[in-house]
Design a protein around this ligand. Structure first.
Ligand SMILES: Nc1ncnc2c1ncn2[C@@H]1O[C@H](COP(=O)(O)OP(=O)(O)OP(=O)(O)O)[C@@H](O)[C@H]1O
Ligand SMILES: [Mg+2]
Length: 281
């Protein structure tokens, strides 16, 4: 098992010269300023994600995971550095992106189906071209029959699944997911992990997935990034070399528990504020 941080980005060719890099985060800084002072949420964060790669981000509360996701999504201006999605430097939300936010943001006055189709309307696409896909996604996520219910008639887990369908309805090439299964019971979470993995295996979207679950991260990912806090930064980049597709039984293998053990140790260090000097190898 190798824990190797990406080589220094300044040594790398520009993102438009590397065809398989989908998302390139380069020396990103993010400082939130207010009257009460400044918070350095991200300091010198650099990360390349390849086309079709599944990358998870782990890290203690407040280390800047959601901030990084909002920066990639073009929803927060950077204080320094740059982010490319494909050849485009991110300045506004990329069209080919689906986002599941940490808190599900559903519109209470819209039905489940209409909440899923919000993305389509927002992008100015034709609703009728996406309605069948919206219904089929809802069915995949166990919500057939709920199309005409309102958010306040759904459980927390169901609401979260509607948010996932909404992020996927326009078939984006990359997905940012901020603790999408955090509020779910363990069994549902396992089911949705399996479903997400199978779907990813079939259509190989690029996914950045934020979670507090070490086991979930290892199960789903090609790579797991660990962030530390004060300031928010990347402290480890662990390649997960387990065969695909993965079934639930993979969790009982020695290789799997070796990964979770290693990541737990890194997370403990992150929580204790211990710095892994730059490159882990
Ligand atoms: N809009 C904001 N204004 C000021 N500070 C902010 C803002 N959003 C986040 N922060 C601060 O930036 C830091 C990183 O926050 P962020 O939400 O990115 O953390 P996180 O890793 O997603 O945490 P969690 O695991 O709890 O979701 C925190 O110290 C937080 O208080
Ligand atoms: Mg967060």
């Amino acid at each position: 098992m190798a824990d190797v941080l990406s080589p220094a980005l300044q040594d790398r060719p520009a993102p438009d010269k590397v065809p398989d890099v989908h998302i390139s985060i380069r020396n990103v800084e993010k400082v939130y300023r207010s009257q009460r002072g400044s918070v350095v949420a991200l300091e010198n964060v650099s990360l390349d994600v390849a086309k079709g790669e599944f990358v998870s981000i782990l890290g203690p509360s407040g280390c800047g995971k959601s901030t990084l996701l909002k920066c990639i999504a073009g929803l927060e201006p950077l204080s320094g550095g740059e982010i490319f999605v494909g050849r485009q430097r991110v300045a506004e939300p990329p069209k080919d992106l689906g986002v599941v936010f940490q808190r599900d943001i559903l519109f209470d006055w819209r039905t489940t189906l209409d909440n899923v189709l919000v993305t389509v309307e927002f992008l100015g696409l034709k609703r009728r071209d996406y309605e069948a896909r919206a219904r089929s996604l809802l069915a995949t996520y166990g919500l057939a029959g709920y199309e005409n219910r309102y958010p306040w008639e759904l459980s927390g887990g169901q609401r979260q699944r509607v948010a996932i369908c909404r992020a996927m309805v326009h078939d984006p090439q990359f997905l940012l997911m901020d603790e999408p299964f955090g509020a779910l019971d363990a069994l549902t979470r396992d089911e949705l992990n399996l479903e997400l993995q199978n779907r990813w295996f079939a259509d190989r979207k690029t996914i950045i997935f934020i979670t507090h679950g070490i086991s979930e991260a290892v199960f789903l990912s090609d790579r797991v990034i660990v962030m530390g806090r004060n300031p928010g930064r990347i402290i480890a980049d662990v390649k997960i070399d387990l065969p695909r597709p993965r079934g639930v039984a993979v969790r009982d293998t020695a290789a799997f528990t070796a990964y979770t053990g290693r990541l737990r140790a890194i997370m403990d260090d992150a929580n204790a504020g211990i710095t892994h000097a730059g490159v882990l190898s």
